[in-house]
Design a protein around this ligand. Structure first.
Ligand SMILES: NC(=O)c1ccc[n+]([C@@H]2O[C@H](COP(=O)([O-])OP(=O)(O)OC[C@H]3O[C@@H](n4cnc5c(N)ncnc54)[C@H](O)[C@@H]3O)[C@@H](O)[C@H]2O)c1
Length: 441
């Protein structure tokens, strides 16, 4: 199949692009590289030293003999997106290209607005581009289990049968999102459902749980293919963050009681779920919802597992219960269904001692890159503006984007479209931005 991976330079996207390419699908990466900018804004960096996108793609070509097409640009720029999709003609679009951090969306007004504009406009652009020129294409959109919140009843896969005043219907499952980021995903889901109904598009919304791990077979093939491993309070997901904390002897930061229970999955299952969704597309007009996770754990359970794994490796690991910076239930009922991807053939990798050992070993290997300040939660859900220490930039890229008067730096990296990276001069500057204009073929 021809599969466009939007957000293919990111954590899930990079692993997915390589996995799909390894399975002989033709893959294009569409990404603005903006995530690398957000790291700089926050003064944070991935624990693992990820390479520039051009080095990654060239290395993959050497290792596998396969080419990845690359289009550098912003999905919220309709003309760019339309030309990229029209040039590549995908059978499926995997849409990861969003701002995905709940704390980032809760920093202040500009970050809340930016998150919702980036995510909602990007998804609307995709829907319009599909309607205009790719009506048969299947959208595989990444949502999140956080869209549902933590209701006191079982969570179904997208829809709930309701009997009301003697009448019965199957309705979208109620959403109780817990941040402006999660709200953006709910808005996306509604827009996609509407476009499927109205225009007959086909889409699968994957409500993904929290992803852990960093290695897939493809990523492990060469050091230059290494994937992200975010550990900071804004972008670090819980298990990866705890492993980094254990590796440097920092107490594991459990928020409140730690009874917050969430669905989780190994990144090796993320990539397989995407392939399964692509190979088994939704019907025309169908808006399908799958819950994409394999196990559920409380935050405290995760901390205790990391503590045990660290101790086995001779590390002294303690657990610190901090006041919860988020507004959320610290203990609650949680039972979410997740059988539809298994029905399609997913064979889950459950969280095991072996996986925890290997994650801990990666964290230990790169622990010199940890800045412990990045562990401290400083985004407070109760405030309209958190005193987050931003990085070296005087003005955040978010503020610049909202003013719509790009700074010099942004003018430089907002290139219109690049076509296949093979043969294109796509050197990245030291800070990861595209420095050279490339032409469309
Ligand atoms: N990581 C998780 O645990 C997790 C859990 C549930 C859902 N998800 C969803 O999966 C998706 C990917 O998550 P991730 O962890 O890989 O995130 P990530 O931040 O590592 O990657 C996102 C990528 O999208 C790109 N991007 C963002 N906005 C863009 C835009 N407007 N135009 C072009 N490119 C843009 C970024 O540059 C980045 O490379 C997100 O939509 C997220 O909500 C992730």
């Amino acid at each position: 199949m021809r599969i466009a991976v939007l957000g293919g330079d990111g954590y899930c996207g990079w692993a997915t692009a390589l996995y799909l390419s390894g399975k002989n699908h033709s893959v294009a990466i569409i990404d603005s590289l903006t995530r690398r900018e957000w790291d700089k804004e926050l003064g944070a960096q991935t624990l693992t030293p990820i390479r520039s996108l051009s080095e990654r793609v060239e290395t993959w070509q050497k290792v596998s003999g396969k080419t990845l097409d690359v289009f550098i640009g912003d999905v919220t720029d309709y003309d760019f997106l339309y030309s990229a999709l029209k040039a590549f003609q995908p059978d499926a679009i995997v849409h990861y290209a969003e701002q995905r951090s709940a704390p980032y969306s809760m920093i202040n007004l500009e970050h809340a607005v930016f998150t919702q504009v980036n995510n909602v406009v990007g998804t609307l652009n995709i829907l319009f581009a599909m309607r205009e020129s790719l009506p048969g294409c299947h959208l595989v959109k990444l949502g999140t289990m956080g869209e549902y919140g933590t209701p006191n009843i079982d969570i179904e896969e997208g829809y709930l049968e309701v009997v009301h005043n003697g009448r019965r219907d199957v309705l979208p499952y109620p959403k109780q999102p817990g941040s402006f980021y999660h709200l953006s995903k709910v808005h996306d889901s509604h827009n996609i459902a509407f476009a499927c109904k109205n225009w007959g598009l086909r889409a699968t919304d994957l409500n993904q749980g929290i992803v852990y791990g960093t290695m897939t077979d493809e990523v492990a093939a060469d050091e230059a293919l290494i994937n992200r491993f975010d550990y900071d309070q804004v972008f670090g997901t819980v298990l990866n963050r705890f492993c980094a904390q254990a590796a440097v002897g920092y107490p594991l930061t459990v928020y409140g009681k730690g009874g917050q229970t969430r669905g989780m999955l190994d990144i090796r299952d993320t990539v397989r779920c995407i392939e399964l969704a692509c190979l088994n597309p939704a019907a025309a007009g169908e808006f399908r919802v799958f819950n994409q996770f394999t196990e559920q754990f409380s935050v405290l359970q995760v901390a205790q597992m990391v503590q045990a794994a660290g101790q086995k490796l001779g590390l002294k690991v303690t657990i610190n219960h901090l006041p919860d910076p988020r507004v959320e239930a610290e203990e609650h009922y949680y039972n979410a269904k997740h059988s539809r991807l298994v029905d399609l053939g997913l064979k889950p990798h459950f969280l095991s001692e072996g996986l925890l050992d290997s994650l801990m070993n990666i964290a230990i290997r790169y622990r010199d890159r940890v800045n412990p300040v990045q562990f401290e939660p400083s985004v407070d859900w109760r405030l309209t503006s958190s005193p987050l220490k931003l990085g070296r930039r005087a003005t955040s890229p978010v503020a610049n984007a909202l003013r719509q008067t790009p700074s010099d730096g942004e003018a430089e990296w907002r290139q219109p479209v690049s076509a296949s990276i093979a043969g294109a001069d796509d050197d990245l500057t030291a800070d990861g931005r595209s420095s050279t204009a490339v032409t469309s073929s």
